[in-house]
Design a protein around this ligand. Structure first.
Ligand SMILES: [Zn+2]
Length: 147
């Protein structure tokens, strides 16, 4: 009680982060999670805590370079959200969904390929006339098939 004034000053300067609030402890200047889980991100912190546990979250964020800590915290939120949305498959659900989309695009490309070959042949009398290149200048896969 005698340190009440001091505590109020600290609270005014630095509001306890979601992690420290959850643990009911003082959030010091050296708190690892304070920059990534401020008080208003309690829901995200709870999701991460439910999957990984507070001590593991702190360890995972602490163990990477300072400049990549935000990225780490955000990826943990993403993983935890996937687990919350699908308690059985978690992140695997997302991977399966993306793999399915890639297959669908590959199937569509395989079906579309003969049309492109015909268009290329008609326009230039053969070869690859459709100049589809990536930002690095490499010819795209389906374009190479025409050669
Ligand atoms: Zn804190």
């Amino acid at each position: 009680m005698q340190r009440g004034g001091d505590m109020n000053n600290r609270v005014a300067m630095h509001q306890a982060c979601a992690s420290c609030k959850h643990q009911r402890k003082r959030c010091g200047e050296d708190c690892v999670l304070a920059p990534y889980f401020p008080a208003e991100r309690m829901q995200e912190f709870q999701a991460v805590h439910k999957v990984f546990g507070v001590s593991n979250v702190i360890k995972l964020v602490k163990d990477v370079n300072k400049e990549r800590q935000k990225e780490t915290a955000e990826s943990l939120v993403w993983e935890a959200t996937c687990r919350r949305n699908d308690p059985v498959l978690g992140l695997l659900w997302k991977i399966q969904e993306i793999t399915g989309r890639i297959r669908a695009v590959q199937d569509a490309a395989a079906i579309a390929k003969p049309e492109h070959a015909e268009a290329a042949a008609a326009a230039k009398g053969g070869g690859c006339s459709v100049q589809q290149t990536t930002s690095s200048g490499a010819c795209m896969e389906w374009c190479r098939w025409d050669r």
